[in-house]
Design a protein around this ligand. Structure first.
Ligand SMILES: CC(C)(COP(=O)(O)OP(=O)(O)OC[C@H]1O[C@@H](n2cnc3c(N)ncnc32)[C@H](O)[C@@H]1OP(=O)(O)O)[C@@H](O)C(=O)NCCC(=O)NCCSC(=O)Cc1ccccc1
Length: 136
């Protein structure tokens, strides 16, 4: 079964980054103190096996976690210094893919985050990341 449409409550995400524009459109929805990001997987996101390319999944998660952390830091500039990903299941064109994220620790100079991607509530990618606060 596929979703094939943008779920209710999600709005187009306007990124300042040209690369993000290229892989989008991406969407977001406020979720309490955080934000859920999502995108509708298309044929153009597939690899040679016909499933969604891992590079697309990581790029999407990197952008989403970066936005979530940037907001949690009151918009201080930050950059990914580590993002370890495990692809635990695959996604297909037509699937709606969305994030879940939890900031594990906000330090003086680094932020630790745990993130995942889900399709219909099932985890397809699990990640641990570290972001550096620029200039700290
Ligand atoms: C900067 C640092 C992380 C730490 O090094 P430190 O020695 O402790 O440096 P310090 O903290 O004192 O900072 C001064 C240095 O910082 C440089 N700079 C300034 N602004 C930025 C910037 N915005 N991004 C990167 N670097 C920036 C500036 O040139 C200066 O270097 P310089 O003194 O001239 O030589 C280094 O390891 C690095 O560049 N790694 C690569 C990180 C990387 O490229 N990750 C992938 C992209 S992130 C992404 O795409 C996801 C995302 C989405 C949405 C939102 C957020 C994230």
């Amino acid at each position: 079964m596929t979703s094939s449409s943008i779920p209710e409550g999600f709005l187009p995400f306007a990124s300042r980054g040209r690369f993000t524009e290229k892989i989008g459109p991406l969407y977001y929805k406020p979720d309490g103190d955080s934000i859920i990001y999502g995108f509708l997987a298309e044929e153009g996101h597939t690899n040679g096996n016909g499933v969604i390319h891992g590079g697309m999944l990581i790029s999407f998660l990197d952008e989403a976690l970066g936005q979530i952390i940037w907001r949690a830091l009151d918009k201080q500039r930050c950059a990914t210094i580590s993002l370890n990903c495990n692809f635990v299941a695959s996604a297909k064109p037509g699937d709606w893919i969305e994030t879940r994220a939890e900031i594990s620790r906000k330090g003086m100079a680094v932020v630790f985050v745990r993130g995942e991607l889900q399709v219909r509530g099932e985890r397809i990618l699990a990640a641990d990341g570290i972001w550096k606060i620029i200039g700290k």
